[in-house]
Design a protein around this ligand. Structure first.
Ligand SMILES: Nc1ncnc2c1ncn2[C@@H]1O[C@H](COP(=O)(O)OP(=O)(O)OP(=O)(O)O)[C@@H](O)[C@H]1O
Ligand SMILES: Nc1ncnc2c1ncn2[C@@H]1O[C@H](COP(=O)(O)OP(=O)(O)OP(=O)(O)O)[C@@H](O)[C@H]1O
Ligand SMILES: [Mg+2]
Ligand SMILES: [Mg+2]
Lengths: 254, 254
């Protein structure tokens, strides 16, 4: 895995935030310091790590639009080795407010230049759209990790997603690589999951991570406690899957 | 339920498209003619009803940007009483292409003026964002139906959603009403679902539909056959729930 990784898919609810939060925590648990950047106005990664978005002075909004530096924004989140650049719903305004700016697609990339060796990985969570915030993440990233839910509508969106990546590579970030495709919410008891997973493997081949994230209610419960699943229920199948994913990205030297 | 209804929630994957397709089919089955407008570039409602988006001359894109009229766009979908204004991924460009247009928020409303008595209901499916396409739907609509998944992150997004509705009401569509809040993907076996449902009822009171949509794999399978769940598996709990919802909106005279 590259150092700067965007977690993206314009299809909604496929497990982008769940992957961002839990992979970040699993990498930190493997003693690889991680910065998680929440680039979604929904600020789910922020609350999923127990941070009260309304109590913050500076967020990703101030980073992109307000002149804040990364060190103004970054907070601790009670997980050793993991820090967060939190978001806030006011980030919704970024698309319009940045519309006329010269460097509008490269704001995040510019601000992340401040990152030095204190982090081994920088993961960026994105909203379910192909707008300016997601483009900022794809320009700042060296590679992109694509969570794909094992269901029909998510499969359908893959074409649009790959076209967008190709466009970003052509015009804005020629070195953007595909880090891998992560199968999420997999339920081996349903034909649907099995068939969709097969289809995704046929389309992406080796780019699909060997680790598959099962549907596991513990992953959905953990955010209501403001905890990554590793700290909420380490023995759960969800936690074990994200630990395995961290090992896979570290071991393969992808 | 009003005649023109937007189905919206910026949180991704909460069941907007599943509700749009299956409520539309259930209303048509109750002999109330329905037009479903797919206003999402992902075009999931379009493929969920078996329409090949790449085989179409005119879609919502041409309606909003290309001078097509509604009758140029509308297609049959093999469900008596239900017609579709299909979408296509090229609609992604609408946000930028309409950015400078004078009437950019009211394009859809203007085009839907063509609707006469041939439809009792016009349902509009929207993407998971608060951008121009969703705003167009909220301006064209008389009321909005909010699907909310019974999970933590979906609950968190309610505040942002209500703020956006208030803004649209204040500036663009003063008569926009809340049609109701629909609990989706409810799984009574998990504490998470039960707790989130309680919280949503506490926040919204009577605005929550009595009908609750259960998590039911048949709802996720049906789109891969291009069918609403009523035609795929009418006896399933998912199909029964959307039939009950149709009865509730018709019976209450909401
Ligand atoms: N493997 C899983 N098993 C069970 N529930 C899951 C799993 N992964 C995610 N969830 C739950 O499914 C919902 C959608 O996941 P999540 O919010 O992470 O997706 P997302 O792609 O970030 O959504 P959005 O498009 O809105 O940003 C959440 O309620 C989350 O808790
Ligand atoms: N009640 C349900 N039970 C089981 N699966 C469901 C249910 N409702 C929706 N689904 C499935 O969950 C996924 C998300 O639903 P859907 O695509 O309708 O949500 P959406 O809000 O339209 O998503 P988006 O934000 O991307 O537009 C789909 O794969 C769908 O088939
Ligand atoms: Mg998310
Ligand atoms: Mg949808």
């Amino acid at each position: 895995m590259k150092k700067f990784v965007a977690i993206a898919n314009q299809k909604g609810g496929v497990g982008k935030t769940t992957t961002a939060v839990n992979l970040a925590a699993a990498l930190a648990a493997a003693e690889r310091p991680v910065l998680l950047v929440d680039c979604d106005p929904q600020a789910n990664a922020t609350s999923g790590l127990g941070v009260d978005r309304d109590a913050l002075q500076a967020t990703t909004y101030e980073l992109l639009l307000g002149g804040a530096t990364l060190s103004d924004v970054v907070v601790e989140v009670g997980v050793p080795g993991l820090k967060l650049a939190p978001s806030h719903p006011r980030l919704v305004g970024a698309q319009l407010e940045l519309a006329d700016a010269e460097d509008r697609e490269a704001r995040l990339k510019f601000k992340l230049k401040e990152v030095t060796d204190q982090y081994d990985y920088v993961l960026i969570d994105t909203p379910p759209s192909l707008g300016l915030l997601t483009v900022n993440a794809l320009v700042a990233a060296e590679s992109v990790l694509l969570p794909i839910q094992c269901e029909y509508y998510a499969l359908e969106g893959v074409g649009l997603l790959m076209e967008t990546l190709a466009l970003v590579r052509e015009r804005l970030n020629p070195s953007l690589e595909l880090d891998g495709v992560l199968l999420t919410m997999y339920d081996g008891r349903t034909n649907l999951s099995v068939q969709v997973a097969e289809e995704i493997r046929r389309y992406f081949g080796d780019a699909v991570f060997r680790t598959v994230i099962p549907r596991n209610v513990r992953l959905a419960e953990a955010p209501s406690f403001g905890l990554p699943v590793l700290l909420y229920d380490a023995a759960s199948s969800g936690a074990q899957a994200y630990l395995a994913l961290a090992q896979e990205v570290l071991g393969d030297g992808r």
